[in-house]
Design a protein around this ligand. Structure first.
Ligand code: C2E
Ligand code: MG
Ligand code: MG
Ligand code: MG
Length: 290
């Protein structure tokens, strides 16, 4: 029996592996086709200025609406897109689409918003990111000052001259650079001197247990201090409660983003939210739509 069981569990194990490898291979192939089949879309999550209680920007977040599997979250397919190199054409599409939508809102007379676009490390290392950015701005007509690129610490943890030259060229256009998920990567902080960064996004994991967790409170205060001492804007990610917001305001954190204000919304719903906010009295605080 033992032998049989052993064989069965081995069988089970390899089936499981085969299944996973199969799913992965299927996803890879489907991912390649998804761009031409227009299965990707962008959702937008608002960013608010805490002191002035004003909508100032939006982060573009990629969504894959798979014909059979439904909505696949980015954490499940961005890594595959990176490993296969597909992130280069996909990333170019994301930049073009973000700029096009943002300029569309301006054409309708909506107030200027800064659009933050997530950039993979591979795009910074491999692609002609600077020319892609120039093309996306040129084609859409969006002013460079209204585009922001979010890069992670790992993208900056390199001594490749190509990376700093690329990011410097993008910054020289007037495009803003933000560091995403700050405090979670293997970072030396030296990159804060090496690169011209405009914003620092405090990772959600530091915000989650505010204001009660004393360590997180100290870390968040210190991170806001680092940002301000280096002339950067501090952004809190994943703000879900009024108590977190109050604490961050007290610290002087500049911007906040999270479910307290809104979940990432499809472009049309985001546009409607802008219109609704515009119709409210300017002094009224942003309503929670979460
Ligand atoms: P990220 O750039 O740090 O984006 C923030 C993530 O936190 C988003 O997840 C957002 O929906 C989620 N979030 C926002 N507010 C809250 C909150 O209050 N509570 C909680 N629990 N979560 C909140 P999403 O959209 O699933 O994206 C996950 C990650 O996938 C992103 O993390 C980013 O690293 C990557 N990603 C998304 N879109 C793109 C893209 O266009 N290009 C690239 N390269 N990566 C992307
Ligand atoms: Mg981001
Ligand atoms: Mg983040
Ligand atoms: Mg993240």
């Amino acid at each position: 029996h033992a032998k049989e069981n052993g064989r069965n569990s081995y069988q089970f194990f390899t089936d499981e592996l085969n299944n996973r490898a199969h799913t992965r291979l299927a996803l890879e192939n489907e991912l390649r086709r998804a761009l031409t089949r227009r299965e990707f879309s962008l959702h937008f999550q608002p960013q608010f200025d805490l002191a002035h209680r004003r909508l100032i920007g939006a982060e573009a977040l990629l969504r894959w609406n798979h014909p059979e599997r439904g909505m696949i979250p980015p954490d499940q397919f961005i890594p595959i897109a990176e490993e296969t190199g597909l992130i280069i054409p996909l990333g170019a599409w994301i930049l073009h689409e973000s700029c096009r939508i943002a300029q569309g809102w301006r054409d309708e007379g909506l107030p200027d918003l800064c659009i933050a676009v997530n950039i993979s490390a591979l795009q910074v290392r491999r692609g002609q990111l600077d020319s892609t950015v120039v093309e996306a701005l040129g084609e859409s007509g969006l002013p460079a000052r209204l585009l922001e690129l979010e890069v992670t610490e790992s993208a900056l943890m390199t001594h490749q001259a190509h990376v700093s030259a690329t990011l410097d060229a993008i910054h020289a256009l007037g495009v803003k650079l933000a560091i995403d998920d700050f405090g979670t990567g293997y970072s030396s902080l030296a990159y804060l001197k090496r690169f011209k960064l405009d914003k620092l996004k405090i990772d959600r994991s530091f915000i989650r247990d505010l204001p009660d967790d004393a360590e997180d409170a100290h870390l968040t205060r210190a991170i806001v201090g680092i940002a301000h001492h280096l002339g950067m804007t501090a952004v809190a990610e994943g703000v879900e409660t009024k108590a977190q917001e109050a604490f961050l305001s007290e610290l002087g954190c500049d911007l906040a983003q999270g479910y307290l204000y809104a979940r990432p919304l499809p472009a049309d719903a985001f546009r409607q939210m802008q219109i609704d906010l515009g119709l409210q009295a300017a002094s009224k605080p942003a309503a929670s739509t979460a």
